[in-house]
Design a protein around this ligand. Structure first.
Ligand code: GLC
Length: 731
């Protein structure tokens, strides 16, 4: 039977402009807007369910679906609940935590990451990915450092841009969060961040600015806290003056879930899409509050009685329509991919590339005689960590833990014996996602240590795998840590093992810095991360040498909590002040956080920002500088292929303000064969030399003599070049 193709009989001129994929987005936006009623415009500005907002059914404009999170596509929840919907097709690829991605210092890896997670979001028919997060690691205690990209605004800015581009290639909006000066979880919805303008512009805004201006981010999420006394989901200075004004942001501002707090401000100060109101973003809900959302009935009332204008409504609605035409109504259809071998491989490669070799006196890479014995000690060798941590919690088909990967790698070659060593967090489920493990253990701490020492005593190599986890008070949304130390008395285990093991290997798995007073007793120390689905394989790839470690610390590891720049309750976690409703937190340390503090005013750290070793060695030699082009020759002087991250810092000239001893302004990761050399060039701009002058409200490159420092970490400079600026430049 011949197939009769029904002709739709329509020609381009009959298709409404907003539906015509040959028309440019702005024309489609304006045409759609012109066809919409006031009620329809308001309806697309706020949630209709936990993670979706309305489209315009009458015009065939689809709903907008959002999904967490920065590390993978959150399992489906019920329409109006935080609980799992119980789908059986939403087990995703869990990619490494973003602190691991930052530790790769590899822009190509970030692009790969964004492309893969964007494909997974698209395949799951999600239009907005609620990530990445780029809040600066101001305190090592912040419960969400694992979701962010470290302590330096330049590194975070350089690493967020490719991620955003990769996501958005899939017609999925990256929603960069949490904007802004949101650097703790303690009282996150009731703390006012008091920050001077210079600190704001030099430290806490640059990564967001890069995401918007270089990455072209289509969405920004306002944060829970207040800044300048206004909630950030409708903060005039941050959203209207800076984000949409100074930076020219043309996307949507999305509230954090429950971050919108006021009818008038939500209408007036830059909020475009309101979600999760009256929840804390993790639990709880106001039953069917949607019609009462700040941008719902209250906004309609303000439009009708003149307290709010049509112009503001059209600006909000245009931004949402632009989001829709960039995503689910994009002229170019994308389909995405989900849990494919390439995504698993990418997760493994990124996790390995972010693994940081902090110390190695010869114990690594592992060398175990045929038939030898490997003793593996520690809960983090087995505990599956994709589950938990808050909104970035994920459900995956599998997660390879380090013990499984070691057993796999040494099958038929050596015995692998595991002992717990300590009991940390035996929970295995979060938000109804369960790893299925049984982590119960009723042995006493003394017995646990004795049992661990017993298997270590005669082992050919001993690997302690511990650190933090995703439970409350650890690396966990909604809570901060109280201490910098490894929890659960892990130090006792490490000390006991070191007493019987001359070449102890310690792997710290965490998303934040932990203090390492035991560092002198370990032959080798590895900073591992929440590596996602393939975390165990990635770690063992590095331990065995299948992958030569090339990760660098995205944050400083201090010797102790006393050394950090936050010395007072006023600085952190904030103080109550007479007559003020919310906690007040003062960023008195100014720009002096992270290595900016330790290099300039603080004590030396345990391990420095940018530090990371390799199984090969590299030589950095200065090459003659010309003008503002500074170059070094990097040579792999070892026996095996490897990658080095060459970092360029600027040491400032004398100027009217106090400045950090050095600031990161460039880096390149170069992969070299044994004996191979490559010249790496850094061009230094006036912007690279500048500080932010709050009084002039502009950047100032002050005349004087600077130093261009090139090295392999913030505390290992291998070449320095003088740079003189003959006159002050205002930018
Ligand atoms: C949470 C988080 C945010 C997340 C959102 C939706 O509270 O702060 O990062 O994307 O709510 O789960």
């Amino acid at each position: 039977m011949a197939l009769t193709v029904l002709s739709c009989g329509s020609r381009n001129e009959d298709i409404p402009v907003y539906l015509d994929k040959t028309k440019d987005i702005e024309a489609r936006v304006q045409d759609a807007l012109s066809r919409m009623t006031t009620e329809e415009k308001v309806a697309i500005l706020h949630a209709q369910s936990k993670f979706s907002s309305a489209g315009v059914p009458r015009l065939g404009i689809p709903e907008v679906w959002c999904t967490d999170g920065p590390h993978g596509i959150r399992p489906e929840v019920l329409w109006d609940e935080w609980d799992q919907a119980g789908w059986t097709n939403d087990s995703c690829t869990a990619f490494p935590a973003l602190s691991c991605l930052a530790a790769t210092w590899d822009r190509e890896m970030s692009l790969l990451y964004g492309r893969c997670i964007g494909e997974e979001a698209r395949y799951r028919k999600k239009d907005v990915l609620l990530g990445p997060g780029v809040n600066i690691c101001r305190t090592p205690l912040n419960g969400r450092n694992f979701e962010y990209m470290g302590e330096d605004p330049y590194l975070a800015g350089e690493m967020v841009v490719p991620y955003v581009k990769g996501v958005q290639e899939n017609n999925v909006a990256a929603c960069v969060k949490h904007f802004a000066v949101n650097n703790q979880e303690t009282l996150r919805t009731g703390t006012n961040s008091n920050v001077d303008d210079r600190t704001l512009y030099e430290i806490y805004l640059p990564a967001f600015k890069a995401a918007v201006q270089k990455g072209g981010a289509w969405a920004i999420m306002g944060s829970y806290n207040l800044y300048n006394g206004q909630f950030n989901c409708h903060n005039k200075k941050l959203l209207q003056d800076i984000l949409k004004g100074e930076w020219g942001f043309d996307g949507v501002v999305v509230s954090d879930w429950g971050g919108a707090r006021d009818d008038d401000e939500a209408a007036a100060y830059g909020l475009d899409m309101e979600y999760g109101t009256w929840t804390n973003g993790l639990t709880g809900a106001a039953s069917d509050g949607y019609s009462n959302y700040h941008l719902a009935r209250p906004y309609l009332e303000r439009l009708r009685d003149g307290r709010a204008g049509e112009e503001g409504l059209n600006d909000k609605a245009s931004r949402v329509l632009r989001l829709i035409f960039r995503t689910n109504m994009n002229a170019e259809t994308k389909w995405g991919r989900f849990t494919c071998p390439e995504h698993y491989q990418a997760a493994r490669d990124i996790a390995a590339a972010g693994t940081v070799l902090l110390k190695n006196e010869g114990a690594l890479p592992l060398r175990v005689p045929q038939g030898g014995k490997i003793a593996v000690i520690g809960e983090n060798a087995v505990k599956k960590m994709v589950v938990g941590g808050g909104s970035s919690n994920l459900k995956t088909r599998y997660e390879i833990n380090p013990l499984e990967a070691l057993e796999e790698a040494f099958a038929g070659k050596a015995g692998v014996v595991w002992e717990r060593g300590y009991v940390g967090d035996i929970s295995t489920s979060y938000n109804l996602v369960d790893t299925g493990q049984d982590l119960s253990d009723d042995r006493s701490p003394e017995t646990l240590i004795a049992d661990a020492v017993a298997v270590a005593r005669d082992a050919d190599c001993v690997i302690f795998i511990g650190g933090l986890n995703k439970s409350s008070g650890q690396d966990n949304e909604g809570t901060d840590r109280k201490s910098l130390e490894m929890p659960y008395a892990q130090q006792d285990v490490i000390e006991a093992l070191a007493a019987v093991t001359p070449k102890l290997i310690v792997v710290n798995i965490s998303g934040s810095p932990v203090s390492m007073p035991w560092a002198g007793k370990a032959d080798a120390i590895v900073q591992g991360w929440y590596g996602g689905t393939e975390s165990g394989h990635a770690l063992v790839d590095v331990l065995t040498g299948a992958v030569n470690p090339s990760g660098k610390l995205p944050f400083t590891i201090p010797c102790s909590l006393e050394d950090i720049p936050l010395k007072t309750a006023r600085q952190y976690p904030g103080i109550r002040e007479e007559g003020k409703q919310y906690m007040q937190e003062y960023y008195d340390e100014g720009v002096f956080i992270g290595y900016r503090w330790y290099d300039t005013k603080g004590p030396g750290p345990q391990f420095a920002f940018g530090h990371g070793l390799s199984y090969t060695t590299f030589e950095i030699a200065p090459v003659k500088a010309s003008g503002r082009d500074f170059a070094v020759k990097v040579t792999n002087t070892g026996e095996r292929e490897g990658a080095e991250v060459v970092q360029m810092y600027i040491a400032p000239a004398e100027c009217p303000v106090e400045r950090p001893a050095k600031e990161l302004k460039g880096f390149e990761k170069v992969r070299l064969a044994p004996g191979e050399s490559r010249t790496v060039h850094f061009k230094v701009s006036d912007e690279d030399l500048a500080y932010f002058d709050a009084d002039k409200h502009c950047w100032v490159a002050y005349k004087g003599d600077y130093q261009v420092l090139v090295g392999v970490s913030s505390d290992d400079v291998r070449a320095s070049f003088p740079l003189s600026l003959s006159k002050t430049v205002e930018i």
